[in-house]
Design a protein around this ligand. Structure first.
Ligand code: BDR
Ligand code: CA
Length: 329
């Protein structure tokens, strides 16, 4: 029997409701080996992210995965959380019991540096890019060793979610995002930009949640507990029934290249003014710069939910016979 080769990855995140769903997906995949989780301030302060990552690990029975605290504030601008979207505990006001312990002697950037220098390790970044920017500044060599860099962030043809033109992860620390894209450019690397153009299409609806609970009550109830606040937020602010879950698509794309498609282009991040945090995608080649990004513009929500449900509920895809009717295309 042929065994799938496991790809080692560090998940840099700010859990966060959708970060938690992304962690669940990554931890359910036999082809992905999560070497560690590094936390950055974003949706909530680092301490909340650290605590929430451990809650997800407990739910998944994977408290063996180490979690590292990272940057507590953006590189230059003041810190603006997204607790209005993710709840006071940054986990949908589920207020799940704390998981004690799990302290690590090193910080997020130390761990990233050490893991990446070993070679053969990728990074999936699901929050502001502050930890990665600090790494690129401290050790360009380690940054350059990353096998792949996938970042949930930015937007191209789709509008922003923090301003008309900016997405939260890049808007929250635009200097870090700019530095990371420039570092990639210098090193001839391409960041896989899984931005709002594609993640906006991934909508978790009450029907899908209900289906999830029917198939696996333990996992379904956990997902419902952490997403209820998020669903209410979407109803209140966007008048939609369902919530956009951005981060898991980055994990799905890391494991399955067919999950999204797009174009290679040079991307720069605006660091100030009314366009602060905008990912400027030079699709027409105005700047005559080599591409430093793969900008994803198309995705298939049904393919995503087949993978997401199949993996986190541990079910074969043929058992997911209702998905086709329930997924909003
Ligand atoms: C991104 O911002 C955060 O609120 C989410 O976790 C996601 O990473 C979407 O803009
Ligand atoms: Ca996130």
């Amino acid at each position: 029997m042929q065994r799938t080769k496991r790809r080692r990855v560090v998940i840099d995140c700010d859990p966060g409701i959708d970060d938690s769903l992304a962690l669940m997906l990554a931890l359910s995949m036999e082809e992905v080996e999560v070497a560690g989780i590094t936390v950055v301030c974003g949706n909530g302060p680092v301490e909340l992210g650290f605590s929430n990552a451990k809650k997800v690990l407990r739910q998944m029975g994977r408290l063996d995965v180490p979690v590292f605290r990272g940057a507590e504030h953006p590189l230059k601008r003041e810190y603006v959380s997204a607790l209005d979207t993710h709840g006071r505990d940054a986990l949908g006001e589920s207020f799940l019991p704390e998981v004690p312990g799990g302290e690590q002697p090193e910080g997020a950037v130390d761990f990233l540096e050490k893991e990446l220098l070993k070679g053969g390790c990728s990074v999936i970044a699901l929050g502001p890019l502050t930890n990665l920017a600090l790494l690129a500044e401290r050790s360009p060599q380690a940054f350059g060793c990353a096998e792949e860099l996938v970042s949930m962030g930015g937007n191209f043809r789709s509008h922003g979610n923090c301003s008309p033109v900016a997405e939260y992860n890049y808007w929250a620390d635009p200097d870090a995002a700019a530095l990371v894209y420039e570092a990639a450019s210098r090193l001839g690397k391409k960041i896989h930009m899984v931005g709002l153009d594609v993640t906006r299409r991934i909508v978790l609806t009450p029907d899908l949640l209900e289906y999830m609970k029917r198939l696996n009550s333990k996992t379904g109830e956990f997902v419902q507990a952490i997403t209820k606040f998020y669903l209410d937020f979407h109803w209140e602010w966007e008048h939609i029934i369902g919530c956009v879950v951005n981060d898991p698509l980055a994990v799905a794309y890391f494991a399955d290249r067919g999950m999204c498609s797009g174009l290679e282009a040079y991307v720069a991040i605006e660091t100030g003014g009314i366009a602060m945090g905008q990912s400027v995608v030079d699709a027409a080649g105005f700047y005559r710069r080599e591409a430093n990004a793969v900008v994803l513009t198309e995705t298939d929500p049904l393919r995503f939910f087949r993978m997401f449900f199949g993996r986190i509920l541990k079910l074969e895809e043929k058992k997911l016979d209702l998905l086709e009717d329930l997924v909003r295309q």
